[in-house]
Design a protein around this ligand. Structure first.
Ligand code: NAD
Length: 472
């Protein structure tokens, strides 16, 4: 039985005749259908957002709604986790963690709604301004268009919707067309929690079309986007003089120094290279190991990787599920084959079955192979060696990206040097690159994006600072 999901505009569900199937990523069969938005529907959603934004909505009321949705999400954790396992192909245990984190993101956003504040500005210090006083306030930007990727379709939606609503904005959400169901279900929870009509609208369907229509609509005041650098760049170009926040890709590096706890490093790197089949923006992709411990580390990493169970995302035993599309698994297969032709060796993995790509470790790699230079976004990790601290910092920085990096060492001065010199938004010491607490500032440099997420930081992006000067 294929369930039909509508859009959510001005508090109402809207269905269209034209629909798109959503596949169960394990069986590759359609399990749901979504409505396909037209330009008129997108404009209607923006209009509803604009209108609702003008109505008063106090910070305490915003807090209450966000807190309630967070509670409802936890009450329905299993239902949401199952949908994530089906629509993403994410193992059920990992899917439950995503639901818990999404609930926390909304709870923190709700808390932040009560703490949005400006600063006192000592204008009286300027000659001639002795009789003046000033302070700033933070005001919402207005209508926020939120465009989200397929890989973490619930928590990344919460990272946009939570702060946007907490700050007093209205939202038009466009989830990824391959994984939209958890986002639509979330909108239903917002309705149940008493969200004022029009504050959150969801439009589904074709990404490029909806993107075009949102970008063309001048009533949208800000774009918050998480996804590929290609689309991020396009949004940045077309947004004009409007706010844009971009969370983009990465080819994350993690360093294992000779003084690291190798067992711990291998276990964490194995887990964080292959979580969600490597389809995580901070997934470990490049590992640099000091040559003194290279062989030992590589055999530990191989041992840990070969323990993972690949299979049905709904099974409690599964560690790694399918990739999002068969075509994506084929792309990864081609990149690995190309690397092998260029001299890389497969330590383990290197095989594909439909949308499944086996967790793969590559050795004897060089920086210009696609598997190192570009974002793999699949279950492939490359392991390289280094001899000096200077050399490894240079290798890590030899990337167009800069989201997060990891470093295993007990040498404090190396750790501090790395903190200053590695070009990333976040350095994780004694863990792999893929660590995130939902309230920390999160965002990259270089091609990894602009702006920060984490509710407090996203609220700064999603508000304008206005100065108020009193002439006494
Ligand atoms: P994608 O760029 O293909 O799609 C992201 C969203 O953009 C989808 O909703 C899609 O429908 C929409 N879209 C597609 N074309 C568009 C257009 N022309 N205009 C406007 N919107 C358009 O990305 P994806 O494949 O869903 O996600 C994978 C990418 O996301 C990877 O690069 C990954 O690193 C990145 N990502 C980054 C973070 C982060 O926090 N930095 C987190 C998760 C994923």
């Amino acid at each position: 039985m294929i369930k039909k999901y509508g859009m959510f505009i001005n508090g109402e569900s809207i269905f269209t005749d034209e629909t798109m199937p959503v596949l169960n990523k394990y069986t590759q069969e359609a399990f749901a259908e979504i409505s396909v938005a037209t330009k008129e529907i997108v404009d209607q959603a923006v209009e509803a957002a604009k209108k609702s934004y003008k109505a008063p909505w106090s910070p305490y009321e915003r807090f209450k709604v966000l807190k309630r949705v967070s509670e409802l999400l936890l009450e329905r954790k299993e239902e949401f986790a199952k949908i994530l396992a089906i629509e993403v192909g994410k193992p059920i245990r990992e899917s439950r963690v995503e639901v818990e984190r999404a609930a926390l993101t909304l709870e923190i956003s709700g808390e932040e709604a009560k703490r949005i504040h400006g600063d006192g500005i000592p204008v009286e210090a300027a000659p001639g301004s002795e009789n003046r006083m000033a302070f700033t306030i933070r005001v919402p930007v207005g209508v926020v268009a939120a465009i989200t990727p397929f890989n973490v379709p619930l928590n990344l939606v919460c990272h946009k919707v939570g702060p946007a609503l907490a700050a007093g904005n209205s939202v038009v959400l466009k989830p990824a067309e391959v994984t939209p169901i958890s986002a639509i279900m979330l909108c239903e929870l917002f309705k149940e929690a008493g969200l004022p009509k029009g504050r959150l609208n969801i439009v589904t369907g074709d990404g490029p079309n909806i993107g075009d229509w949102l970008l063309a609509n001048r009533k949208v005041n800000m774009f918050t986007f998480t996804g590929s650098p290609r689309v991020g760049e396009l949004i940045r170009q077309r947004a004009g003089i409007r706010k844009v926040s971009l969370e983009l890709g990465n080819n994350s590096a993690t360093i294992v120094h000779h003084d690291a706890e190798l067992e711990k490093a291998a276990a964490l790197i194995a887990q964080k290279s292959f979580n969600n089949a490597g389809q995580v923006c901070i997934s470990v992709q490049r590992v640099y190991v000091h040559s003194k411990v290279y062989e030992k580390f590589l055999s530990l990493l191989k041992e840990k990787t070969e323990q993972f169970k690949v299979g049905d995302p709904l099974s409690e035993e599964t560690d790694i599920g399918p990739m999002i599309r068969v075509e994506e698994a084929v792309r990864v297969e081609n990149w690995v084959n190309e690397a092998v032709e260029q001299g890389a060796t497969i330590v383990t993995g290197g095989k594909r079955e439909g949308a499944f790509y086996m967790p793969t470790i590559l050795a004897n790699v060089h920086a210009d192979m696609k598997v190192c230079r570009q974002e793999v976004f699949g279950p492939v990790v490359s392991v390289d060696k280094y001899d000096s601290i200077e050399e490894v910092i240079e290798k890590v920085n030899d990337s167009d990206y800069g989201l997060q990096a990891g470093l295993f060492t007990s040498d404090l001065s190396f750790a501090m040097k790395a903190a200053k010199e590695i070009e990333v938004g976040g350095l994780i010491i004694n863990d792999a690159s893929a660590y995130r607490a939902d309230h920390m500032p999160y965002g990259g440099v270089k091609k990894s994006g602009i702006g920060k997420e984490g509710p407090k930081y996203a609220i700064e992006e999603m508000t304008e600072e206005r100065i108020v000067v009193l002439n006494l």
